[in-house]
Design a protein around this ligand. Structure first.
Ligand code: COA
Length: 321
């Protein structure tokens, strides 16, 4: 049995912040942001939370799949921006949905979180332990971002995407690979809240996201094509045989570079980065759900999903739609 996506949904916060708005916060310009990243605007949470966005996307995915929340066996939320350190966002979403029969936990793998989640979902489904899985990528990155740092604050947005997977005898995920390299943890990290324990203060100064942009860029353009080539070999497919490459929406130039390395036309690489910016673990499921909604995915299509993020983490999979 393979894990097959049978329903998708997405949800973005109502508030839209364009590049001109960001230029009122830091020294930047619409032109610089568009040229270097492809981003035009991003949605930022004002009223919404990671939990509410996740639940919104999940309800749509369940309706799309024609499944009741009670039928879920496993509920995972890939996130690095939970509303509470504990309990997990997954437990809170479980309560919102009434998914009373599901075991619920979060997956922390930054922007590769959705791919890690697919990996876990596939393993549980293949082993026969669970049948119906809800996987959500949900983030409110706006609370981790340093809004005085023009090197990072222009890149990120908030949102959630969800996919319902079930055991299928045909199609679904046919090859996948995920990887981690913790030795490079410090090229993209967030220390989080300082420790005020009287026995051990940790001296943390910044609780905000910090990044060496060019290091991350170099890592992405090298690792993503290699990982995709690996899963294509495993699936016995050529790059030409893939109908659509859905890549993590971090930077338009990274996506273009991957297309070039794989010798594939850019039209096979749909993008929504202009509208959503980088929504971390939510980026792939939002893109997938929007593609489905727009009727751009057809039964039997060969899709490649791939992403990368802090950790460092990365992954790719091939699925037959
Ligand atoms: N507006 C205007 N100027 C900016 C700017 C901004 N928002 N951010 C940086 N700059 C300036 C820099 O200070 C630097 O100025 P200098 O030449 O006077 O020193 C110049 O622009 C070039 O900076 P650099 O960092 O070399 O730009 P870049 O082409 O590498 O683009 C990123 C920066 C962040 C867009 C790019 O490195 C990137 O996208 N990296 C990957 C990040 C990523 O994907 N992270 C998420 C991973 S999941």
């Amino acid at each position: 049995m393979n894990a097959k996506v049978i329903g998708t949904g997405w949800q973005l916060p109502a508030y839209e912040a364009d590049n001109h708005y960001l230029a009122t916060l830091v020294e930047t310009s619409d032109e610089w942001i568009r040229e270097r990243t492809g981003i035009v605007k991003r949605h930022l949470a004002k009223e919404e939370t990671t939990t509410s966005l996740a639940a919104g996307a999940a309800r749509k995915a369940l309706a799309d799949a024609g499944l009741q929340a009670e039928e879920l066996d496993l509920l995972m939320v890939a996130t690095i921006t939970p509303d509470t350190d504990t309990p997990s966002t997954a437990c809170r979403v479980q309560a919102e949905l009434g998914a009373v029969n599901a075991v619920a936990f979060d997956v922390s793998a930054a922007c590769a979180g959705f791919l890690y989640g697919l990996h876990i979902a596939d393993a549980f489904i293949k082993s026969g332990i669970y049948r119906n899985v809800l996987l959500i990528g949900a983030e409110t990155l706006s609370k981790l971002v340093d809004w005085t740092d023009r090197g990072t604050c222009i890149l990120f947005g908030d949102g959630a995407g969800a996919a319902v997977l079930t055991a299928a005898s045909e199609g679904g995920i046919i090859a996948q690979s995920v990887g981690s390299n913790g030795s490079k943890w410090d090229v993209l990290f967030c220390m989080g809240r300082p420790n005020r324990n009287p026995l051990h203060e940790d001296g943390k100064e910044s609780g905000y996201l910090q990044m060496e942009g060019q290091e991350v860029f170099k890592f992405a353009v090298k690792t993503v094509p290699a990982c995709i080539e690996q899963v294509l070999t495993e699936a016995g497919l050529s790059a030409d045989a893939v109908d659509c490459y859905l890549l993590h929406q971090a930077n338009q130039r990274i996506i273009q570079s991957v297309a070039k390395r794989l010798k594939q036309p850019e039209e096979k690489f749909p993008m929504n980065i202009d509208q959503c910016a980088n929504t971390s673990s939510a980026s792939l499921p939002i893109l997938l759900a929007q593609m489905k909604e727009q009727g751009r995915l057809h039964p039997g299509d060969h899709l490649v999903l791939s992403g990368f993020g802090a950790g460092l983490t990365w992954g790719a999979c091939v699925m037959i739609w």
